[in-house]
Structure formats: C-alpha cells, structure tokens
Design a protein around this ligand. Structure first.
Ligand code: ATP
Length: 542
C-alpha cells in the first residue's frame, strides 16, 4: 500500500465522475451552472485500489472492502456530459427537503433505479470514508514529538526547562511526558530573569495554554494573598477551561488559589480578591480592576492575553484589554498567545507590547497536516441540510462540532436536526452563562455527541474526542483555522467538512487556501444526487 501522497480519489455515481490531482477542483467548480464535460480518470493510470490508498497514510486508507466498493462504483463511471443547476436562493428554512414529487437528478430528470443504486452506494461510501477516518484517529504524540517538522517536536524534557518541583509534579500528573515545540521555546523566554515580554504563535492544540499557565504558576508567590497574575480569555467557556488547567497544574501548591472574573460571578461590594491568579473575560476583569476595585492592578506581575489576536482585533475587547493594560505596572510581564495573527494585528501587538520576544509561524506552517479537510458541494440551503442529515450517523461515532455563522442559524439548525430525530446540543452566545456551562460540560463528558454552535466556541475549546468539525457557514481565514482546530488536538487526527452551498461559498474556501498558501481541498466528486432530494454534489478530501 502506498502512503502519504496527497493525490485525490474521486467517485461520482449516477452520471459522471472525475478523478484527478489536487488543484483541479477550482477550475471545475468555477463552471458551476454551465454545461460542462467530466473527463473520467483524467491523469489517472493506476487502478482504483491503489488510488484510494495513495490518498492518505495507512490508517486513513479505506479498508479493503470499502476499496472494493469504490472500485465497483468507479467501474460504472463513463465519460458523460453533465449540466449542474445554479444554486437556488435561500429558503426560509422551514422545509429543508421539500422538493416534493418524484425523485429527480440534478438535471431534473427522474432518477432511474440504477441512479438510485449508485447514489446509495456513493452515500454509503462517503459514510464509510468518514467512519474509517474516525475510528483511526489514534494519537501519535510520541512519534510526532520526535519529528522535527511537527509542532509537537521537542529536544528537551520538562526537567530541562527548570520548572519548580511542584509544577513538574503538576505537569506529569496531567500525563504530559515531553514539552511541545511552543512549550520548549516559550518557557525559557517567559521564565528568564528579568521577566521578558512575549508574543507567541503556535498551531491550535499544540499546548499554548499549558505554556502560559506554567509561566503564571512559576512567577506567583503563593504566600501573598492578592492577585499577581491576570489572564484574559475572549469567552466565558474558555476562561473556565483555562481555569481548570491552572487548577490541575497548580494542584501541588495547596495554598495557591484562583478567582474567576466572569459574568455571573458576583463578589460583595468592597471585597478584595485574595486569590493569586485571576482568569476572566475582559469586561468583568476591567470592572474588577477599576469600577469595583476588587483587584489592585498595580500588584499584577504577569498579564496574559489568550487568543490575543481576537482580543486586539475585536473593538470591545481591544478597548477593555488596553484599559486594563494601562492600569498595570510598567514592568508587568506581558504574554500574548494565539494560533493566528493577521498582519495588521501582529503590527499592533508589537506596538502595545514593549520589547517583546517573538515566536512567529510562517503562513504555510499555520495549518495542521493532521486535520484532513473536505468539502461537500450543495446547490441550496435545503441540500446542505439534507447532506448534513446524511452524514449525521457517521459523525456521531466520535464527537462533532457544527459551526454556524449566526446564532439564528445555529438555533434553526439545532431545531431542524432535532425534528429529524438527530440528537444535538446547542451552544450560542445568547444563552445564559449557567446554561452554556452545563452544555459544554455535557459535551466534554461525552453526554452530547454533536454540538451546534457559533464562533463563540471557535477558539481554544479543548475537547479531546472531537474528531469532526463541520463548517455549516463559511468563516474568515483566521476563524477557519481556529474552528477546524477544535479537532486534531495535540497530535490527534481530525476531519473538517465544509458545507458549500453556492459559488460564493466555494470562492471563500478557495480564498482560504490561497491565504494559507496550501491546497486544502482536492477534488473528490462523490455523487450528483446524493440522496432522496438530489442533494450532495461533491465531497473533497486531501
Ligand atoms: N506537553 C504536552 N504533552 C501532552 N499533552 C499536552 C501537552 N501540552 C498540552 N497538552 C494537551 O494538548 C491539548 C491541547 O493543548 P492546549 O489547549 O494548551 O492547546 P492550545 O495551543 O492552547 O490550543 P488552541 O489554539 O486551540 O487554544 C490539551 O488537551 C492539553 O492537555
């Protein structure tokens, strides 16, 4: 079995197909809505079985029976002309299927029995493909930590990073054996004397949180009963999660305490925070430092901005973060971390952080090779919904997050999926914080398998078992990386599936590829009439 190549495999049932190398898809899809010719097996002289297995590493390859199914379907493919409908306008979403009447192909022709069989075969193949990938999401941390090209690579041990014994105990109690690249590089800078500022970038899920948590825990003096470290997170959920990491890593310092400056955590008027570390969201932290005076900002030694780019780029967060920063002592250490820094944000960060050390990724290094990225091309919102229903069974083998662009869409989608009998949880910003905490806890505990959400969960959320991320709506470049980074945590493999419903959304995906100078999405066209409503048009994978 050949492994490791990014050559794509294509399967298209019911009237045509395309098999080719990455990069051809843009030309193909740019023809959407016009008459086009599908050249079958173009550039492919290898048998199907080999083609399937060249698609990915061993554990990603299709199992033999699936390859046989693929071979059988591919044998049916012929050179055909094919006309694709232009995307339909969005409906109000109350009738996700609703095309009524007899089942039709994309061309509007009634589906023959054979078409139907091929559709079903393609659908089942797609489901198998997803399932196969999901059950093989083994963690290869040890291998990756020895690979110099991996973001998990390290030459040093935690002992060599000269952590205090209590922190070493904390690190090992969390099951960490070796530092990742960001931990190995950032910790010596952060622990240097005198303390140095740092702006650091590292791919999602590579251990940035642990890095800055160790820096905070190293600098704190547990004997002093007042806040010494302040950490800002963009969301309530992320603040709680980072707090948990601080508690776990710091558990061998019994006298060390943590306060949560988040919505809903009310202190009494005149009260002073005695905890040495405060983690919170910018608005509440600002209130605690200024209006309410729960914290004396002049005693803060370390100030951390997690997801620093969004803190800087989002108007409200930026004002609040800068107002907090202005209250801190001049020599307070500033640590900015994120997986992405857009150029303008990077420049701004360098202006507000005095003499920073810098750890920066090249654009093409920002993405994780362990996350395989697909797209499903649909003609309308209805098709998109049905396509999602079709793969629901497969994605629930592990856990999945479905991202929507707006709260309204998220709540609509969760409702519609439930009506179809699919169990999903919903988390969006309009919910009460208690509800949000309960939902994320249930998801973390595996009690909910599928979480429909918005960008409120796009960053930082660390749920190890998330194997699939679905983009139901297209995000911007940076948010794309953060969203798909909810899977593939610390060396795990993951799948990202982008639901594309129009030429416009396809263009957004292509633009994302260009931005990161990577071809994420190579062409795999699965079927023109994926299920009863003539639904999913394409599925691509690396
Ligand atoms: N050295 C390590 N060894 C093993 N696991 C680790 C190590 N460091 C971190 N982890 C684990 O890796 C996962 C991802 O870490 P973390 O959440 O810190 O990543 P991140 O870089 O902050 O991600 P994001 O960009 O999404 O915020 C966590 O589950 C964490 O416990």
């Amino acid at each position: 079995m050949r492994t490791g190549s990014s050559e794509a495999f294509v399967l298209r049932g019911g009237g045509g197909g395309y098999l080719g190398a990455p990069g051809r898809s843009s030309a193909l899809f740019s023809l959407a809505g016009r008459r086009r010719k599908w050249l079958l097996f173009q550039g492919l002289e290898v048998p199907v079985l080999e083609s399937c297995s060249t698609m990915a590493t061993d554990s990603w390859a299709l199992a033999v029976d699936e390859q046989e199914a693929a071979a059988e379907s591919l044998n049916k493919l012929q050179l055909k002309e094919d006309k694709v409908e232009a995307p339909k306008p969005e409906s109000n979403g109350t009738d996700p299927v609703g095309n009524g009447g007899a089942e039709k192909t994309e061309n509007g022709e009634e589906k023959s029995e054979e078409d139907d069989k091929e559709d079903k075969a393609a659908q089942s193949l797609l489901n198998k493909l997803i399932r196969n990938n999901l059950v093989n999401t083994t963690n290869q941390v040890e291998v990756l930590q020895r690979d110099p090209n991996s973001p998990l690579y390290s030459v040093k041990s935690f002992e060599e990073l000269r952590l205090k014994p209590q922190l070493l105990q904390g690190v090992y109690s969390m099951g960490f054996n070796r530092p990742s690249k960001i931990q190995e590089n950032a910790l010596p800078m952060m622990l240097a004397e005198p303390p140095q500022n740092l702006i650091a970038q590292s791919q999602s899920g590579t251990g940035k949180t642990a890095a800055f948590v160790l820096a905070m825990l190293s600098s704190v003096n547990p004997a002093n009963r007042y806040p010494q470290c302040l950490c800002l997170s963009p969301t309530y959920e992320l603040a709680l999660q980072t707090g948990k990491v601080i508690e776990q890593m710091g558990k061998f310092y019994p006298e060390l305490k943590l306060a949560y400056a988040v919505r809903g955590n009310k202190l009494e008027r005149g009260q002073k925070v005695a905890e040495q570390i405060v983690i919170g969201t910018p608005g509440t932290v600002l209130d605690w430092c200024s209006k309410l005076r729960f914290i004396d900002p002049k005693k803060i030694k370390v100030f951390v901005l997690d997801e620093a780019d969004v803190m800087i780029a989002t108007q409200g967060h930026q004002d609040q973060s800068i107002r907090i920063q202005r209250m801190l002592p001049r020599d307070c250490q500033m640590l900015l971390f994120s997986a992405t820094f857009e150029d303008s944000v990077w420049k701004f960060a360098q202006k507000v952080v005095p003499e920073p050390n810098i750890i920066k990724l090249k654009r093409e290094e920002e993405t994780l090779d362990t996350i395989k990225q697909y797209y499903v091309l649909c003609n309308s919102r209805e098709e998109k919904f049905q396509a999602l229903c079709n793969i629901y069974g497969s994605i629930t083998i592990a856990q999945a997050m479905i991202f929507c662009h707006t709260r309204k869409t998220a709540s609509w989608l969760a409702g519609e999926l439930s009506k179809e009998g699919h169990q999903v949880a919903l988390l969006s910003g309009e919910m009460m914080v208690e509800q949000r905490a309960a939902v994320i806890d249930r998801f973390r505990d595996g009690k909910e398998k599928v979480l429909v959400t918005t960008n409120v969960c796009a960053r930082g959320i660390d749920v190890e078992q998330v194997s699939v991320v679905i983009n139901y709506g297209n995000p911007d470049n940076e948010t794309y990386l953060h969203r798909i980074g909810r899977t593939g945590r610390f060396g795990k493999r993951g799948l990202a599936i982008n639901m594309v419903e129009s030429k416009h959304s396809m263009n957004i995906l292509r633009q994302i590829e260009q931005h990161f100078s990577k071809l994420f999405f190579s062409t795999v066209r699965v079927t023109p009439a994926f299920s009863t409503a003539g639904l999913v048009n394409g599925l691509t994978c690396l």
